[in-house]
Ligand binder design. Structure first.
Ligand SMILES: [Zn+2]
Ligand SMILES: [Zn+2]
Length: 402
């Protein structure tokens, strides 16, 4: 296996190319699973490198396979591809050419860095055992692309034995540009959504005794739902229950027939998530019934909590140290309550998710994810490619068939 200094300098030599790829992709942001231009661009680069690809997975997803001359296991590298419905306000020369759409989360850089890693891996394919599967996935922001790609079999043929994904930007704060965050265990939260309809019986505001007031029932309900977090959830285990929408009534002196509520639950524990969904339904049912109303309740399980594998995380952490030095590793000890559909792969395959900081206050670059002024310090891109390629090669070497 090549030494780490060689891979790092190889990645550095690709830096300008990675920036060009990223800027080209930045100009053509597309949404969700429908990414025709983005997908065509990525497919063209991979084909130019001589990599076998499969396109059209979950509509716009691409899987590429770099097989070595030697038999062995398969390591996957994943990049998401989709942009956001945001109008860019950065004034960079490569700003979005698609009005109302912007790569405001850095997924353009993820694709470019994975292309860089692919180039490094092709150049070194005689030096590792097994295969590297490149996973370019649409729909991370919405509606989710990992689950449909898995359903279409991307973790099989050849079977994926471990996986690595990377997020750029400033998801975790106070990390200098070019440092890489790694974390063991739960790193990001699940993303669930609920809908509650509190059904009463409307009537005159002056004659509440002839009605069942859903607004008063709702006021009791909200406090009780918050108690599920404050009284029933283990205090050391993070959980958020947020009601983001509440709607009921049309006039100051009329008791309405119903109130609607919508919200989200986030937690890093799968069991806690199942428990709260059940308890919410019990509380909604008993409070509305006890106060003579009725209810509708829906709980949609979205992205699962993102939980990393210890052994793969350790290997990637050691790889970062060997490539760039110990001081470039940041230990993430507190999870983000944000969510990522990378979690679906990690439910099935041991792997990890790492965070490359592209925040550089000295250059005036502070990436605010999903903001119209989102920017990245492009100088760090080669590091992303180096870590992806070196981790894949290192893992395959360690787990080679002897
Ligand atoms: Zn995002
Ligand atoms: Zn993102």
């Amino acid at each position: 296996m090549s030494n780490f200094a060689q891979l790092a300098s190889g990645a550095q030599a690709l830096q300008d190319q990675i920036v060009r790829w990223r800027r080209s992709l930045h100009e053509i942001p597309e949404l969700g699973l429908d990414l025709p231009k983005t997908s065509a661009f990525v497919a063209e680069q991979l084909t130019d490198m001589g990599i076998d690809i499969q396109t059209g997975i979950a509509q716009s997803g691409i899987v590429g396979l770099i097989g070595s001359a030697n038999d062995g296991p398969t390591f996957a590298l994943r990049a998401d591809m989709d942009a956001l419905p945001v109008s860019e306000k950065t004034n960079v020369p490569y700003a979005s050419k698609h009005p109302g759409r912007m790569h405001a989360c850095g997924h353009d850089a993820h694709m470019a860095m994975l292309l860089g890693a692919a180039k490094l891996l092709v150049d070194h394919s005689q030096e590792f055992y097994g295969n590297v599967k490149l996973v370019f996935q649409p729909g991370e922001e919405s509606p989710g692309g990992a689950a449909p790609m898995i359903a279409q079999g991307i973790l099989d043929n050849p079977k994926v034995d471990a996986i690595l994904g990377l997020h750029i930007g400033a998801i975790f704060k106070n990390m200098p540009a070019g440092t890489i965050g790694v974390g063991y265990g739960p790193l990001m939260a699940s993303l669930d959504r609920f809908y509650i309809k509190v059904i009463g019986r409307g009537g005159h505001g002056a004659m509440p005794d002839t009605t069942v007031d859903p607004i008063v029932i709702t006021s009791v309900l909200i406090g009780a739902l918050q108690q599920l977090v404050s009284r029933e959830q283990k205090p050391t285990q993070p959980m958020v229950l947020t009601i983001g929408r509440i709607q009921g009534g049309t006039a100051y002196n009329v008791i309405p027939g119903f109130v609607e509520l919508e919200g989200t639950v986030r937690t890093t524990c799968q069991k806690a998530r199942e428990r709260i969904s059940r308890r919410m339904e019990e509380i909604v049912g008993s409070i509305t019934a006890g106060l003579q109303g009725a209810h509708e309740f829906r709980y949609d399980f979205g992205y699962p909590p993102l939980i990393t594998d210890k052994a793969v995380t350790k290997l990637v952490e050691d790889t970062i140290c060997k490539l760039f030095g110990l001081e470039k590793v940041v230990q993430i000890t507190e999870p983000s309550m944000g969510s990522e559909d990378m979690a679906y792969y990690l439910e099935r395959v041991p792997g990890t998710f790492i965070f490359l900081s592209a925040a550089n206050p000295a250059k005036g670059i502070m990436p605010l994810h999903h903001s119209p002024k989102f920017q990245l310090d492009e100088d760090v891109f080669w590091k992303g490619s180096a870590v992806l390629a070196a981790s894949a090669m290192g893992w395959l070497h360690k787990n080679r068939v002897k």
